[in-house]
Design a protein around this ligand. Sequence first.
Ligand SMILES: O=C(O)C(=O)CO
Length: 332
Amino acid sequence: DQDLPGVLVSGLEGPHGICEDHIGDLQKHFTLITLQEFLENNTRFGPKVQAVYIWGGKPAVTQELLQSLPSLKIIASAGAGLDHLDLKLIASCGVKVANTPQAVSSPTADMGMALLLAAARRVVEGHRLAIAPDTENFSANWMGQEVTGATLGIIGMGSIGYKIAQRARAFEMKILYHNRKRRKLEEEEAVGATYCESLDDLLQRSDFVLLAVSLTPQTQRLIGKRELNLMKPTAILVNIGRGLLVDQDALVQALQTGVIKGAALDVTHPEPLPRDHPLLKLENVTLTPHAGSATHQARRQMMENLVASILASLHGLPIPNEVRLNWDNSVA
Ligand SMILES: O=C(O)C(=O)CO
């Protein structure tokens, strides 16, 4: 229907496509214009685009793209992370931004716990052992780290970090956290979490260090050689945030030389890793393919939230999940 508002999407199929099941739903509300169609004829399609629908960080919103979309009102970005968007540039064009933090927080927290448990109890190695035809050394001397009662250091106590603390509490873990802002006392007490103003202190005391912090210029390479050296040699690093939070070369070295015990990573840099990357060869690494929000329920919820945000912006209504900037361009 040509009268439906035009929404730019990166593609309808292939690796950059949005979830196939959702295309039909989106087409009930919008005329979907793919990046390819737009690039082939931007004078025809540019003025029709009122919203950009970002899935998996794509399409990239550059100054050039913004300039060729004169009717653009909103950028609706799937997920919680906003590191792929230049929020200041977008705001300077009078364009709004919305994301989907509620839809992803529980499944991403679940993934954090899944990775923590998998790495601690060597689930992936165990699977290989269990299916191996050679049963001679079946499970002999094959041990992991105890989770119950261990100390978990959560870096980034936003909604995902907090949900991880709620889950970890059920495992009787001692919970430390480091965050830009301290949480309210009653929120700390509800999950039994102790604030560590010093990141070094958290790193030294934790058996598991879990990254649930947004990627910003301040958090890029937050965990480097120095920080890894502060961690216990028995500690496991879990990253469900962004690959660039960690100096990956330093991590590889720490894992190869026993500076830390292991790592479980839902995110890397780049994604996917090149086939010959050393992280792919280490026994003490557990990887998942940036799948924090990869549940049927979450993906549907994300799409529904984005549709609601786009429709609200086009109708001049308050925008659900609008991302607001502080005076210093940090996210409010
Ligand atoms: O919510 C996000 O930012 C994600 O990365 C989803 O997996």
